[in-house]
Design a protein around this ligand. Structure first.
Ligand code: CA
Length: 389
C-alpha cells in the first residue's frame, strides 16, 4: 500500500484544541439541559426521577479506512473523543482501522452480528446484501451534500434508513459527507463513451451498475488497495473521493488524467452503524450524546473537505503535473440516461428500493424547485460575474 501523506494543516480539531474544549463543554451543557429537562428545577428532578445510570460502557468501533486516514478515518476518531468528553468517560469508544479487527468491507457483518458495537463506513458497500442501502450513500445525478442532509433529517430519509436497517440489527446515523467528488483517475483521455469500453475501474454503488452498461468492468476495492491495484494493472481507472483524499493515497503517481465532475457521487454520505442491542443498553443521556456527536461529525467532515480539497487540487496540478479534464457533455448525458434506466429497473423489481427511491425522488423534485432560484441561481451569478471581469 502507498504510504499515506498527511496534510500539515489538517483541520480537524484535536481534543487539546481550546475551541474543541469550549465547544464540548457548551455542547455537554446543552445536552444535559435537554436530557434532564432542566429549567431551574434541578432539585425537583432529583427528587422525582430515577438517578442517572453511572454504568461504564466500553465500545469497539471498526472502520473501512486506513489508520488516521484524513477525513474518513479521523472522523470516527473525533466522534470517539467527543463522546468520551461529553459523557465524562462513561462511554469510551476504541476506534479500529480497516484490517485491525476486521477487513475494510466486513464492517457491516461485524456490527450486524454484534462482534463489535459499531462501525464507520459507507452504505453502498453493502449493496450485495441490501440493494436499497445504496441510496443512503449516493445516487448518480442525485442530491448534493446540503440536499442529502435535508432529505435525511427533515425529509423522511432517516425513517426509511432505520427501517431498511432494522431487520439487520443495526441503527444507522449520518457519519459525514465529502461534498461533490471527482469522476476519477484515468490513464487515457475520455473523448466519448467508446473510450470507456473495456476499462477495469474501481467504482462502487449504483455508478458501478451504470458503467457496466457501457462495457466497463467495475469492482469495489477498499481505498488501501487502490494504489497497488492501479500500479500493477489490476485496474486501469479508479474513483475514490476528491483531491484531499486522493492525494493522500498517492493516486496522482499511478494515473495521469483526473476527471470531473463527480456525476456519480454529488453528495455522498458516510455512516455510523450501531449494533441495536448495544444501543438499547445505553441510558438516554448516552444515546443523546452518541447521536449529537455523530451529527456534529457529519457536518464537520463537509467543512473539512470544503476547505482542504481546493488546496490539494492546487498542489496536484502545480506540483505533481496532474492533467485536469472535464468529462465531455455527450458522455455525461449518456450516463444520465443510463442512470435513469438502471434505477427504473431496480424500482420495478425491488419493493424496498421502490419505497426508498420514491421518497428520495419526491424530495429531490421539491428541493430542486427552490434551489433553482437559490443555490443554482447564485452559482450562475458567480459564473456571470467571472465572465464579465
Ligand atoms: Ca467515491
Amino acid at each position: 500500500m502507498k504510504k499515506i501523506v498527511y496534510p500539515s494543516n489538517h483541520a480537524l480539531l484535536s481534543s487539546n484544541d481550546g475551541y474543541a474544549t469550549i465547544s464540548t463543554v457548551n455542547l455537554l451543557l446543552v445536552i444535559l439541559f435537554v436530557v434532564l429537562g432542566v429549567s431551574g428545577c434541578t432539585e425537583q428532578i432529583n427528587t422525582q426521577k430515577e438517578p442517572i445510570s453511572q454504568q461504564q460502557f466500553h465500545w469497539k468501533l471498526v472502520t473501512s479506512w486506513p489508520k488516521n486516514y484524513p477525513g474518513l478515518g479521523t472522523a470516527p476518531e473525533q466522534f470517539a473523543r467527543w463522546v468520551n468528553e461529553m459523557s465524562q468517560g462513561q462511554l469510551q469508544i476504541k476506534v479500529y482501522a480497516a484490517g485491525e479487527l476486521v477487513p475494510a468491507l466486513e464492517v457491516f457483518d461485524a456490527v450486524s452480528s454484534g462482534a463489535v458495537h459499531m462501525g464507520h463506513s459507507a452504505a453502498y458497500y453493502w449493496k450485495g446484501k441490501v440493494p436499497a442501502l445504496q441510496f443512503f450513500t449516493a445516487v448518480p445525478f442525485g442530491l448534493t451534500a446540503q440536499e442529502m442532509n435535508g432529505w435525511l433529517h427533515y425529509g423522511g430519509g432517516m425513517e426509511l434508513y432505520r427501517k431498511v436497517y432494522a431487520p439487520l440489527n443495526i441503527i444507522p446515523l449520518a457519519g459525514g459527507n465529502t461534498g461533490v467528488q471527482m469522476a476519477g483517475w484515468f490513464n487515457k483521455e475520455i473523448h466519448s463513451v467508446q473510450d470507456l469500453k473495456g476499462l477495469k475501474m474501481r467504482v462502487p454503488g449504483l455508478a458501478g451498475e451504470i458503467l457496466n452498461k457501457l462495457g466497463v468492468a467495475t469492482v469495489t476495492l477498499p481505498g488501501s488497495e487502490l494504489y497497488t491495484a492501479m500500479q500493477t494493472g489490476v485496474i486501469d481507472a479508479a474513483e475514490w473521493v476528491a483531491p484531499y483524499n486522493d492525494m493522500a493515497l498517492g493516486l496522482h503517481e499511478v494515473a495521469q488524467y483526473y476527471y470531473y465532475p463527480g456525476w456519480h457521487e454529488p453528495g455522498p454520505m458516510l455512516e455510523f452503524i450501531i449494533h441495536r442491542p448495544s444501543y438499547n443498553q445505553l441510558p438516554l443521556h448516552l444515546r443523546t450524546i452518541v447521536e449529537t456527536a455523530a451529527r456534529a461529525v457529519n457536518q464537520n467532515m463537509l467543512d473539512e473537505y470544503t476547505s482542504l480539497n481546493n488546496q490539494a487540487l492546487n498542489k496536484l496540478t502545480t506540483e505533481h503535473g496532474v492533467q485536469l479534464r472535464q468529462l465531455p457533455t455527450s458522455v455525461l448525458l449518456r450516463l444520465r440516461r443510463i442512470a435513469q434506466e438502471v434505477i427504473s429497473e431496480m424500482v420495478a423489481t425491488d419493493p424496498q428500493v421502490q419505497e426508498v427511491y420514491s421518497s428520495f425522488h419526491a424530495y429531490a423534485q421539491k428541493v430542486q424547485s427552490y434551489h433553482k432560484i437559490s443555490e443554482h441561481a447564485f452559482l450562475n451569478l458567480r459564473t456571470l460575474e467571472n465572465k464579465q471581469q
